[in-house]
Design a protein around this ligand. Structure first.
Ligand SMILES: Nc1ncnc2c1ncn2[C@@H]1O[C@H](COP(=O)(O)OP(=O)(O)O)[C@@H](O)[C@H]1O
Ligand SMILES: N[C@@H](CC(=O)OP(=O)(O)O)C(=O)O
Length: 557
C-alpha cells in the first residue's frame, strides 16, 4: 500500500501518493489535468512528468485520495520512433572509466523509445590533466613524454579501450598528435589560450570516439561527431567562447540530415566549438558540455534536455560545503541561470540560455542513481509558496568601494564607472549604489592568470581614481540566496538573525532585478561557516516548515 502525503496550503480534497508520483508512470482510470498534476507534484517536491506522457491517476471514491500507480512504459508514450527526441549529456564523472561507460550505455538503452543525441565530456579529470600537461610543457627541459599528466591521460585511455575490447588504433593518432603538440609547446616555451583549447579538445575527441565504438561493438548503431566539424560556431574568445546564432540551424541540419538518411545515435563532443574568424578549436568555459547539450536541444527543438551528473540533481547547497544538502525538485530557468552564474558548479553559467529560448525542459539527473527523480528546470513554476531554493557560494571575489569626489553628478558618475569596466573588459557581478558611491564585485573568471589580476586591478584603480576614492578589498565571497525575492523581508530577517548569531558582518548586500537572487558579501574566511549556518536555518530549522510549505519536508510525510 502506497503511503499518502497530506498537503498543507493547497486547497484540495486530494491526498497524493509520493512514492507513486516518483514512478512517473501510467494508470488507466481517470485523467488528471496536466497543470493540476504539475501543481500537486510541486507540492510534494517531486518532479512532474513531462507534458505529453499522458499521466493518469486513480481516485479512491471513498475518501478522495488520489493514487498514481506504476505501469510499464507503453508504446508511443515517449519519443517517436523516427525522430531524435532528447539530449542526454554525461559529464566527466559519468564516463570516468570503462565500467562507467558500460553503465552509461546500459542507462541509454534502458530508454528504448528514446532516440537521444548523446553529449559527452572528457573522461574523469582528463581536462585538468591536459591543462597541467600544457603548462608543464612550457617549462620542459627534456622530453614531454616524462610529463606525469600526459602519461596519466595515455594510460587511462588505452586501459579503457582495452577493457572495452576495442582497438587501440581508435585513439592512437590522437595521443600521438597530443604528444607532438606538447613537444611544440616545449620548444616555443609558451602556451597561448588558443593552444590550450586545442590541447584540452583531445579529451572530448577521445571519450566520444571510445563510447561510439563501444556502442557499435555491442550492436547499437552510433556515430561520433566533433562539435567543431558540425557547425558549433563560436566567438574567438579562447577558453571561454560564446556560441553564435548560426550554430543552431547548422547543427540541426547536420544531425537531423544524417539521422534521416542513416539513423545512428549521435555521440557529440561537449565543450568544443570552432572560432568564426580563426577557424581554430575553441572551448566554452569549464563545464561547457552542459551548454553543448542545451544548444543541441534548442537547435533541434527536442522534447527534453537531460544532464546526467554524479549528484541527485541541483542541491540546496554545494555538497562539498555541507554534505546534508538536499535535491531541489523544481527550478525555473531564471533560478538555475542565477545559481550557475553565481558559482554552483553543477551547471555551466550560460547553459540555461538556449533552453530558456527554446522553452525546452532540462532535467538534472544522477547517472550513479538513475532512479532518483532529479531536478526539473522549466520556464515557470508555482512560486506562491516558495521561499528559499538554494544557497550558492562564489569564493575569492574582489570587491571595490568607489566613492565619488563629486566632480561629476550622480548620472555622470555611474556612467563613468561602468564605462571604465567596459573599456577594460572586466565583468561586474554584484552592485550596490548610493548617490555618490558604488560598491561592486568583479567576476573572477575574467581574471584567469595571476599577472593579469594584478595588472587589471591596477588599471581599474588608476582609471577610477581620476573621479573617485577607491578602496580595493580582496578575498571576499558572494553568498547568493536563490529563491523568491518577493519574500525578501522574511528571508532577510532570518539571514541577519543567523549572521548576527554567528558574529558575521555583511559587507554588502544586493537584490537582483531578476527577483530570484539576494547576494551577500562576506570575508572568504567566514563564508563556508555562513553557508552551513544559513542552510541549517532555512532547510533544517524552524523556517524549514515555511520553506517547505510548498510540500512536505525532505524526509517527512
Ligand atoms: N548546488 C549544487 N548542486 C549540486 N551539485 C553541486 C552544487 N554545487 C556544487 N556542486 C558540485 O557539482 C558537481 C557536479 O557538477 P560537475 O562536476 O560539473 O558534473 P559533471 O562533470 O558530471 O557534468 C557535484 O559533484 C557537486 O560536487
Ligand atoms: N571536460 C570539460 C567540459 C565539461 O563540461 O566537463 P564536465 O561535464 O565534466 O563538467 C571540463 O572539464 O570543463
Amino acid at each position: 500500500m502506497a503511503t499518502t502525503t497530506h498537503l498543507c496550503g493547497i486547497k484540495t480534497p486530494y491526498c497524493f501518493s509520493k512514492r507513486a508520483v516518483h514512478s512517473q508512470t501510467l494508470c488507466l482510470q481517470q485523467r488528471l489535468n496536466f497543470d493540476r498534476l504539475t501543481e500537486l507534484c510541486g507540492a510534494l517536491r517531486v518532479p512532474a512528468p513531462s507534458r505529453g506522457r499522458g499521466l493518469r491517476v486513480v481516485c479512491d471514491g471513498s475518501n478522495n485520495d488520489v493514487l498514481v500507480q506504476s505501469e510499464p512504459r507503453s508504446q508511443g508514450s515517449e519519443g517517436s520512433s523516427n525522430q531524435l527526441s532528447c539530449v542526454m549529456k554525461f559529464g566527466g564523472s559519468s564516463v570516468a572509466s570503462a565500467d562507467r561507460m558500460k553503465e552509461v550505455a546500459e542507462l541509454i538503452l534502458s530508454f528504448p523509445k528514446e532516440n537521444p543525441v548523446i553529449v559527452l565530456s572528457a573522461m574523469g579529470k582528463t581536462t585538468n590533466k591536459l591543462i597541467v600537461a600544457g603548462e608543464k610543457a612550457t617549462n620542459c627541459v627534456s622530453n614531454v613524454s616524462e610529463i606525469e599528466e600526459l602519461s596519466f591521460v595515455k594510460e587511462l585511455h588505452y586501459r579503457t579501450v582495452d577493457e572495452l575490447g576495442l582497438d587501440r588504433s581508435l585513439i592512437k593518432d590522437h595521443l600521438d598528435k597530443l604528444e607532438r603538440l606538447l613537444n611544440g609547446i616545449a620548444v616555443l616555451k609558451e602556451l597561448t589560450p588558443r593552444a590550450r583549447d586545442y590541447i584540452v579538445s583531445f579529451g572530448e575527441c577521445m571519450s566520444t570516439r571510445i563510447f561510439a565504438a563501444y556502442l557499435n561493438k555491442i550492436g547499437v548503431k552510433a556515430r561520433q561527431y566533433d562539435a567543431f566539424d558540425i557547425g558549433f560556431i563560436t566567438t574567438d574568445d579562447f577558453t571561454n567562447a560564446d556560441i553564435l546564432e548560426a550554430t543552431y540551424p547548422a547543427v540541426a541540419k547536420r544531425l537531423h540530415g544524417d539521422w534521416i538518411s542513416d539513423p545512428a545515435i549521435p555521440i557529440v563532443t561537449g565543450f568544443l566549438g570552432k572560432g568564426w574568424r580563426t577557424c581554430a578549436v575553441t572551448t566554452l568555459g569549464r563545464g561547457g558540455s552542459d551548454l553543448t547539450a542545451t544548444t543541441i536541444g534548442k537547435g533541434l527543438g527536442l522534447r527534453e534536455i537531460q544532464v546526467w551528473k554524479d549528484v541527485d540533481g541541483v542541491l540546496t547547497c554545494d555538497p562539498n560545503i555541507y554534505p546534508g544538502a538536499e535535491p531541489v525538485p523544481y527550478l525555473t530557468f531564471d533560478e538555475a541561470a542565477e545559481l550557475a552564474y553565481f558559482g554552483a558548479q553543477v551547471l555551466h553559467p550560460q547553459s540555461m540560455r538556449p533552453a530558456r529560448e527554446g522553452d525546452i525542459p532540462v532535467r538534472v539527473k544522477n547517472s550513479y542513481n538513475p532512479d532518483a527523480p532529479g531536478t526539473l528546470i522549466t520556464k515557470s513554476r508555482d512560486m506562491s509558496k516558495a521561499i528559499l531554493t538554494s544557497i550558492v557560494l562564489k569564493r575569492n571575489v574582489t570587491m571595490l568601494d568607489i566613492v565619488s569626489t563629486r566632480m561629476l553628478g550622480q548620472f555622470g558618475f555611474l556612467a563613468k564607472v561602468f564605462s571604465t569596466f567596459e573599456d577594460l573588459g572586466i565583468s561586474v557581478d554584484v552592485v550596490a549604489t548610493s548617490e555618490v558611491s558604488i560598491s561592486l564585485t568583479l567576476d573572477p573568471s575574467k581574471l584567469w592568470s595571476r599577472e593579469l589580476i594584478q595588472q587589471e586591478l591596477d588599471n581599474v584603480v588608476e582609471e577610477l581614481e581620476k573621479i573617485a576614492k577607491v578602496n580595493l578589498l580582496q578575498h571576499r565571497s558572494i553568498i547568493s540566496l536563490i529563491g523568491n525575492v518577493q519574500r525578501s523581508s522574511l528571508i532577510l530577517e532570518k539571514v541577519f538573525h543567523v549572521l548576527r548569531t554567528n558574529g558575521v558582518n555583511v559587507q554588502m548586500i544586493s537584490q537582483g532585478a531578476s527577483k530570484v537572487n539576494i547576494s551577500l558579501i562576506v570575508n572568504d574566511s567566514e563564508s563556508e561557516k555562513c553557508v552551513r549556518a544559513l542552510h541549517s536555518a532555512f532547510f533544517e530549522g524552524d523556517l524549514a516548515d515555511l520553506v517547505y510549505m510548498n510540500g512536505s519536508p525532505p524526509n517527512g510525510s
